[in-house]
Write a protein that binds this ligand. Structure first.
Ligand SMILES: [Mg+2]
Length: 376
């Protein structure tokens, strides 16, 4: 087959983006925990890992000062010491890292029930149903960073994009303590100047074969005709070409949602400075209706109801109530939300920025179980 008649099919799905994904990665995690515990280490090039006495083993994590010497994770300690003879080495407090990691993942979990922990210091969050747009997602990311810092005194870098791979790439372009948002229409502009090696999976070998064709940046690859890319680099090359050209190369929703749904939630944001409680209640009721409808489609029942309320100054509160048995009615959700809102009844309605309602503790309804019908 000649190049000219090679037709590659671009599906509609590849041209659609309907997710907002957040990727969070703690900055130099182990090293940052060591510095937090012993601030004197902050100004020194530091590596965690290996044996400080025998100088054997490999670098597990290093701080940014050590990275300036070319030291990186996975490097033999002996080599790291050659690059930086006055390097500070600590063995690592792995029990502590694991506790800190758990605490941070617990914070992250509060932001979306569709979460994927990708390691002890990184996680993906699906914000599609939480954030109404990318600006809302950005605000949530700022809040998440603040939460993590307030609780554990650690910084993280966050990328927000329509796919997991792009969110991860985005986070890597601004470290430490970064926040990068890439909207669907900005993908190619964002990718063009980046080195091709930023793409996960483009290792030394692929980078070499790309550089033989004078491809160094994502933009270099993007501007080539796809037939040529397919011919020279095969299927994988074509997938990379699609990525740098702003196509959707992954089925984002699927992988996240394959994990059991733990909650169903709806949030509404308010911007009206003449906001009244009646209007807010219209939104709450519509949220509840949507939640219950989604729950019924899945044939589930709930036990816990959570109210989230955020004010203009970004102060956010969550209040939950668990019932003694599983339930399925919107009426009950409304009653509980009303009860949970009482705490805030002295607040001015115009100061409310967001209200979220969530049902969790979900359970599939056993169709033979008649008792549930009594709640209708
Ligand atoms: Mg990290």
């Amino acid at each position: 087959m000649t190049l000219a008649n090679q037709v590659i099919y671009f599906s509609e799905k590849e041209q659609t983006f309907d997710s907002i994904i957040l990727y969070m990665d703690l900055d130099a995690f182990f090293a940052s925990v060591e510095i937090r515990e012993n601030p004197d280490l902050a100004d020194k090039p530091l590596v965690v890992g290996g044996n400080p006495k025998t100088k054997q083993g490999v670098v597990s994590t290093c701080n940014y000062k050590a990275r300036k010497y070319g030291i990186h994770s996975g490097m033999p300690i002996s080599q790291a010491l050659r690059l930086c003879p006055h390097l500070t080495m600590v063995r690592g407090s792995y029990q502590l890292y694991s506790e800190v990691s758990k605490s941070i993942m617990n914070i992250v979990k509060h932001y979306s029930s569709t979460m994927k922990v990708a390691g002890n210091d990184e996680a993906y969050l699906d914000l599609t149903e939480i954030a109404s747009d990318y600006e809302e997602a950005r605000r949530l990311a700022v809040e998440l960073k603040d939460d993590i810092f307030a609780t554990e005194r650690l910084t993280c870098s966050i990328g927000i994009a329509p796919t997991r791979i792009l969110a991860k790439i985005a986070s890597e372009t601004d470290k430490p303590d970064g926040l990068v948002v890439v909207k669907p229409l900005e993908i190619t502009e964002f990718m063009n100047p980046l080195k091709i090696t930023i793409i996960p999976g483009v290792g030394k070998k692929s980078a070499e074969s790309f550089s033989r064709k004078k491809i160094y940046t994502c933009g270099d690859l993007a501007k080539l005709p796809y037939q040529l890319v397919y011919q020279k680099f095969g299927k994988y090359g074509l997938k990379t070409w699609k990525l740098v050209n702003g196509f959707n190369t992954e089925n984002t929703g699927e992988k996240f949602l394959s994990s059991e749904r733990k909650s169903i939630s709806e949030e509404r944001t308010f911007f009206d400075r003449y906001q009244k409680w009646e209007n807010i209640w219209v939104q709450i009721d519509s949220s509840i209706d949507t939640i219950i409808a989604r729950m019924r489609v899945k044939n589930m029942s709930f036990k816990t109801i959570t109210l989230k309320i955020r004010f203009k100054n970004f102060e956010t509160y969550t209040r939950s109530h668990s019932l003694s048995s599983y339930n399925i009615t919107e009426k009950l959700v409304r009653t509980v939300v009303q009860k949970l809102l009482e705490e805030f009844e002295n607040k001015k309605p115009e100061d409310i920025r967001l209200i979220g309602v969530k049902i969790s503790n979900l359970k599939k309804i056993d169709n033979n179980q008649k008792t549930l019908t009594q709640f209708f």
